[in-house]
Ligand binder design. Structure first.
Ligand SMILES: *Cc1c(COP(=O)(O)O)cnc(C)c1O
Length: 399
């Protein structure tokens, strides 16, 4: 039986871009020699769709001394692959394999009393001393301990620390409005965070890292940097604050380029309904191009193009000086989209298509797709379908 890995689309991920983005973030966290703030590259969700292991290794080469994942399985995968930097994982329900985390020397977030009990039990059964980061809800209204519940929690945690079962090495929290740096909740959360840190230190914790900043706060709120920053999106070169500035404003380069090739190019008359429900109708005689990538690959169906006046997600067709940025015409389908190439089109089947990339040549970006779909660029790269092959390249070493 013949099997093939052939696929008519691919996500090309430039590891040099990830390295250089992390260098920029290190520079932002440590603007001078007085500052010792470290960078934790957040590589959850398969490194925001970029491929967990290659992205994680590139981030470490760029200067990340910590890596963070929401999912326990991803932290374990990193360690099993030989990644040796500090790892933190933070999202699990009762019954998670805390034993495995301790045996793999992975730092564990604790956000509730039941989690403390499970960590203590795992420390007893493995004979390892757990390193825990206490997650405090400073105002996000999501995971973490309420500040009023912190003193009682800390008493229990420090008692377990005295017994040698764990060390409270971190206090951490997450912002609700980091992407609006002037929002009053930002400094309000910093205040609550400072109170949480004092409570922990007064209770007997020897804190190694206090951390609060995601990408947006790393780039825009130095007051929130503390000992460690936790950028995710910016590691991959996308701006968490597009209303303030694009990637280039912050020295970032988008790492992922989503490419395909034209599958069909054909001439059709005016008035032709295009794709499901004929959401788009050709205004006159024209040439249609079919791009073999659709919502099963992660293109949002909300970026469909309706009628000629409401273009869908952007599509760069052709290469070099002949390249043109057009828009999805009609519905985004499961496996394909259609582009109206216009009556004078010279393109042919097989010609290159870029859905999004660095934007350097004026081509479309993940942010453009986010805007076309009414979402955020986070969702564009993380939802990229598992069936789209990731090709990792390195423009620094591959010369
Ligand atoms: C995802 C996540 C981050 C990274 O957020 P970005 O906005 O992508 O920088 C940081 N901290 C926590 C707790 C997260 O869940």
């Amino acid at each position: 039986m013949v099997v093939s890995t052939y696929y008519p689309a691919r996500a090309v991920v430039d590891l040099a871009a990830i390295r250089s983005n992390v260098r920029a973030l290190v520079g932002c966290a440590r603007p001078n020699a007085d500052r010792t703030t470290q960078v934790m590259a957040v590589v959850k969700a398969d490194a925001y769709g970029h491929g967990l292991l290659p992205s994680a290794r590139a981030a470490v080469e760029g200067g990340a001394t910590w890596l963070g994942t929401a999912q326990v399985s991803e932290a374990l995968e990193l360690r099993a692959a030989g990644v040796s930097v500090r790892l933190l994982t933070w999202l699990y329900a009762p019954g998670a394999p805390i034993d495995a985390l301790l045996l793999a020397d992975i730092d564990v977030s604790v956000a509730a009393p039941w989690a403390l009990a499970e960590v203590v039990a795992a420390a007893r059964s493995t004979g390892r001393t757990a390193r825990i980061h206490v997650k405090v809800d400073t105002g996000l209204g999501r995971n973490g301990l309420e500040i009023d519940d912190l003193p009682a929690f800390l008493r229990d945690a420090v008692a377990a620390q005295t017994d040698g079962l764990l060390e409270v090495v971190g206090i951490w929290s997450h912002f609700a409005f980091a992407d609006e740096p002037a929002h009053p909740t930002v400094l309000a959360q910093v205040d609550v965070f400072d109170r949480a840190v004092r409570l922990a230190e007064d209770a007997g914790a020897h804190l190694e890292v206090r951390h609060l900043a995601n990408s947006a706060a790393t780039l825009t709120s130095p007051r929130a940097h503390y000992d460690l920053v936790r950028p995710g999106l910016a590691v991959y070169g996308l701006s968490p604050v597009p209303q303030i500035g694009g990637p280039e404003e912050f020295g970032l380069v988008p790492a992922m380029t989503l490419e395909a090739s034209l599958a069909t190019v054909k001439r059709v008359p005016g008035g032709r309904g295009v794709s499901y429900a004929h959401a788009y109708t050709t205004p006159s005689d024209t040439v249609l191009g079919v791009v073999p990538i659709g919502y099963a690959d992660g293109l949002p169906r909300h970026a469909s193009g309706h009628l000629p006046e409401h273009p869908g997600g952007p599509v760069r067709v052709g290469a070099g000086a002949a390249a043109r940025t057009l828009a999805v015409a009609g519905r985004v389908c499961m496996d394909q989209v259609v582009v109206d190439l216009g009556p004078g089109a010279a393109e042919q089947a097989g010609d290159p298509v870029v859905l999004f990339g660095t934007g350097a040549d004026g081509g479309p970006t993940a942010e453009d797709w986010a805007q076309a779909a009414g979402t955020i660029s986070y969702e564009i790269t993380t939802r990229l379908g598992a069936r789209v092959p990731r090709h990792h390249v390195d423009t620094e070493t591959a010369r």
